[in-house]
Design a protein around this ligand. Structure first.
Ligand code: AMP
Length: 440
């Protein structure tokens, strides 16, 4: 099947040829004709499936057919995304696909000055890609009007709800014309998403391109059990030992991201972080530097990482497991794209075992565990049973006279407590308990 046979017009086909796209992906095959025909869509698709072109191409084609130019402050197609990065990325796709069409596109998001955005919107835009909060600010200041709106696209709707944008979405829905085309894309379909779809979409075509909640099969995934305090050292060891090139590393917190970057930089490894505390220009710079190969290790939190479009990334490392199991799928969706193979390695410590169990339940897959010689954990990572539960450790046989009296907190030792007795490891940690590089 070709893009031409899906009914796309010459300027779009030309752009696709320039980009080297030869055949439509499964989601594109289904979505493009349906969107061209004006249908609503409810699509279960994760990043890496080609979903962006699945909606951008037919939306551009429909807009190109308009008889009159867009009015002042008006917008004809609105794409809502959960994060600034995804807004930039989706906008870049619209620009690429629409390079031979006389259409105006723009991306607006928070964290940067609103005034230039208001100026830009004065003439009106055919396609506006926006994050929900900033869109509402612009709307409330009359910088954007929805009277000409034809199509609304919700990209990564599940993530928008996870990030607490539910109220903003309701406010946007209330401001939009009832007569419109609505396309909803989501990696996962929770009950909340389903009820939103039921309320806001009209007889939508349902598309599901990869089985629900599964990761691309071309990604080799495994777990390395390790004590929490040795994660930085293990990461450095793997980086060197496996001769990794560029790696996208996921951490739980902004602080954790900064800490890992400074540990790597102290070792003269080019690293940068991308997280919600960083100003938008700095995030974009870090991403561009990573894409250009100037930064070897990009350390990201989940919020910042949503929507990162990085091609040919063979290595994803979960330095920390995500709190929300679905994020595991989004994280590893950065590798193994478009049929390429990739590796996703999770460094898992004992107190992350419940998170691991949740991921395994969601993906219906028990992740293989491989201990790294020299880094075997002192604090065992409890086994999971594939049904979201941890397998209890068999009780130790009672020792005569060894029973502790009740209420003595002798066992109140956290998972990260240093092992009793002499260290049995030869390798030395690179960070001390405070997470600071040694010798500084
Ligand atoms: P997405 O799932 O929209 O984030 O797209 C994933 C990646 O696949 C992006 O880098 C796209 O540029 C690329 N892509 C999308 N559709 C095709 C196609 N039909 N052929 C080749 N690459 C594609």
């Amino acid at each position: 099947m070709t893009f031409a046979s899906l009914g796309l017009a010459a300027p779009l086909l030309q752009a696709l040829e320039n980009l080297g796209y030869q055949t439509p992906t499964p989601i594109q095959k289904q979505a493009i004709p349906a969107v061209l025909a004006g249908r609503d869509l409810m699509a279960a698709a994760q990043t890496g499936t080609g979903k962006t072109a699945g909606f951008a191409l037919p939306v551009l084609q429909r807009l190109a057919g308009a008889a009159t130019p867009v009015g002042s402050n008006a917008v004809r197609a609105l794409v809502l995304t959960p994060t600034r990065e995804l807004a930039e990325q989706v906008h870049a796709s619209f620009q690429q696909y629409g390079q031979h069409l006389p259409l105006r596109t723009y991306a607006a998001y928070g964290g940067v000055s609103i005034n230039p955005q208001m100026m830009k919107l004065r003439k009106g835009v055919d396609v506006l890609v926006a994050t929900p909060g900033r869109l509402l600010d612009l709307y409330r200041q009359n910088a954007v009007k929805f009277g000409e709106l034809q199509t609304l696209i919700l990209d990564e709707a599940d993530r928008m709800l996870d990030l607490g944008f539910s109220r903003e979405l309701d406010a946007v829905f209330a401001a939009l014309p009832k007569q419109r085309q609505t396309l909803l894309f989501s990696a996962t379909f929770s009950d909340e998403i389903r009820s939103m779809a039921k309320a806001r979409l009209r007889d939508p075509l349902s598309i599901e391109v990869s089985p629900r909640n599964t990761a691309a099969s071309s990604v080799k995934q495994w777990v390395i059990p390790v004590d929490k305090k040795l994660k930085p050292e293990l990461f450095l060891h793997l980086l060197k030992d496996r001769r990794w090139g560029q790696v996208l590393v996921f951490v739980k917190t902004r602080k954790g991201a900064e800490l890992l970057v400074s540990t790597l930089q102290a070792k003269k490894i080019p690293a940068d972080a991308i997280h919600g505390d960083k100003p938008q220009p700095a995030r974009l710079r870090a991403l561009e530097a990573f894409k250009a190969g100037e930064v070897q290790i990009l350390v990201a939190t989940d919020v910042a990482a949503r929507g990162l479009d990085i091609d040919d990334l063979p290595q994803v490392v979960n330095f920390d497991l995500p709190i929300v199991a679905e994020d595991y799928i989004h994280r590893i969706g950065r590798t193994g794209r478009a049929g390429a193979t990739g590796e996703a390695i999770s460094l898992v410590c004992a107190d992350e075992a419940p998170l691991l169990a949740a991921i395994e339940t969601l993906t219906k897959k028990t992740l293989e565990r491989e201990e790294e010689p020299g880094f075997e954990p002192d604090h065992r990572v409890p086994m999971t049973n594939g049904a979201g539960q941890l397998v209890k450790k068999p009780k130790k046989p009672k020792v005569a006279g060894g029973r502790k009296p009740k209420n003595v907190p002798g066992n109140w030792v956290g998972f990260d407590a240093p092992a009793a007795g002499p260290a049995r490891r030869t390798a030395k940690p690179v960070a001390n308990a405070a997470g600071k590089p040694r010798g500084r």
